[in-house]
Design a protein around this ligand. Sequence first.
Ligand SMILES: NC(=O)c1ccc[n+]([C@@H]2O[C@H](COP(=O)([O-])OP(=O)(O)OC[C@H]3O[C@@H](n4cnc5c(N)ncnc54)[C@H](OP(=O)(O)O)[C@@H]3O)[C@@H](O)[C@H]2O)c1
Length: 330
Amino acid sequence: MKAFVLRSYGSPDALELTDIDDPVPGDDEVLVRVRATSVQPYDWHLMRGQPYVARLMPGGLGLRRPSISILGADVAGQVEAVGKDVTRFRPGDEVFAMPKQGGFAEYVCVREDELAPKPKNLSFEQAAAVPLAANTALVGLRDRGRIQPGQKVLVNGASGGVGTFAVQIAKAFGAEVTGVCSTRNVDLVRSIGADEVIDYTEGDFTRNGQRYDLLLDVAGSHSGSACRRALTPKGTCVTVGGPAGRWLKPVDRIFLKLAASPFVSQTMVMADVVRCTGNENRQNLMTLTGFIEDGKIHPVIDRSYPFAEIPAAIGYQEEGHAPGKVVITI
Ligand SMILES: NC(=O)c1ccc[n+]([C@@H]2O[C@H](COP(=O)([O-])OP(=O)(O)OC[C@H]3O[C@@H](n4cnc5c(N)ncnc54)[C@H](OP(=O)(O)O)[C@@H]3O)[C@@H](O)[C@H]2O)c1
């Protein structure tokens, strides 16, 4: 099969399009013919091996060379073959998953307990936009943020991959939602259901006197103390990400925010779906499928690239201003 293989850390040019053997599914695995995948910050962190501090963290990046050779965290496609213990899927089924690696190839093996049926009302391209980004938004709002109907929720970074799902999911939970984005994305964020939109080039949500019950901080543009200024006394800040750097960012700012938690009245936590189990991810995909098939959320796709242009897609995503998701069709 054709695959983009990463043999050493580097720029998107480090991804080499090559022919390798088709993967063979284990007893509890499903061989998926990848029809679409998506690109996100997770891919270019793994590709560049940055921040360097993440190379020292358990289960993180490899110290000297990539721990993952085929990137691509999300997949949507068709079942090609199944292992002998697989009971829920058979060849031809349309599926999607967040295997965390392997999507930048024509075939990938996915454990049965990580795989979910593709939402019926989405194309492969749309389904591939969902797993990691929407799962992050769901875990951040529901599990870490304990979102409740009627709460005032602010999504900082509302126009990106995670943010466009977060705005819609928060609305689906009955919250009153404010989205923060740049000028050119104000209409987009309003169109996906935000009750209020703050243009961060014109106003600072930490200094406008408003207080929120829940802040989903996707962009990580403010310090922990600034975020707490925008929270009610018992409010919760869920950190998802932040501006990237070579050595420490965003890890340093995230840990500083969490470190304050025992000393303040607000709750400061982090959402990290990469460490969720495959079964948790599958259950979350089923929940998201319910929202999608009920028409409560839909993927916002900025651009779609053909398979051969994965390096260009990563380069574009890495600029950090894609409105919605960047997807790849195979
Ligand atoms: N912890 C996890 O499990 C997990 C999972 C997924 C993602 N993440 C992290 O979450 C972050 C976002 O991921 P993503 O996939 O949503 O990335 P993305 O699609 O690139 O979106 C980033 C968004 O941030 C916005 N932004 C940039 N500067 C901003 C500012 N000062 N204020 C408010 N918004 C700003 C941009 O909007 P404008 O163009 O309007 O500026 C852009 O839409 C990354 O740091 C990523 O690593 C973490």
